[in-house]
Design a protein around this ligand. Structure first.
Ligand code: RTP
Ligand code: MG
Length: 156
């Protein structure tokens, strides 16, 4: 009997600088919850790169704190693949606010490894269109065979 298999999707995940010390545990969580890592890279975003990545939030009250956070140290970016990968990854993350996550989803990544609403451990794409834009942002050089984006890129 044929199995009905859900659509394989890709999404973009990023471990933010505040949770790099828990990177191993977060990767373990990804792999033990039906997601595969297609691409992964560690890099430090300049302010300009962080502004490009988070341009949809420009003008919001938390924007400046967010830009300072994500450009403050190394991040790990991943392209995740799996059935309902986008929703699955956002479910594993839990609510944006660490405080809310600790109440509503105590075993979520943000509840366990986040510190507050800005330093909330990880990012996950919110739409398929943004997933495409964000994976291109981090993995353009692997997809295009060239890298003009990241300083000191030794991967290609
Ligand atoms: P993300 O994009 O990082 O996966 O998180 P999200 O969809 O749950 O939250 P979003 O509204 O897209 O916000 C993006 C990131 O901005 C920071 N933030 N701080 N202090 C605040 O009120 C606040 N609100 C959002 C968080 O780092 C959030 O992940
Ligand atoms: Mg978002």
């Amino acid at each position: 009997r044929k199995h009905l298999r859900g659509l394989q999707e890709t999404t973009c995940a990023m471990i933010k600088p505040d949770a790099m010390c828990a990177a191993g545990k977060i990767i373990e969580c990804i792999l033990s919850n039906g997601l595969l890592i297609k691409h992964m890279r560690m890099c430090q975003l300049s302010r300009k790169e962080a502004e490009e990545f988070y341009q949809v939030h420009k003008g919001k009250p938390f924007y400046e704190a967010l830009i300072l956070l994500v450009s403050s140290g190394p991040v790990i970016a991943m392209e995740l693949v799996g059935e309902n990968a986008l929703c699955r990854w956002r479910f594993l993350l839990g609510p944006t606010s660490t405080e809310v996550a600790r109440i509503k989803a105590p075993s979520s990544i943000r509840a366990q490894y986040g510190s507050d609403t800005t330093r909330n451990a990880c990012h996950g794409s919110d739409t398929h269109e943004n997933a495409r834009i964000e994976t291109l942002f981090f993995f353009k050089c692997w997809n295009m065979g060239m890298c003009a984006r990241f300083r000191n890129c030794t991967l290609c």
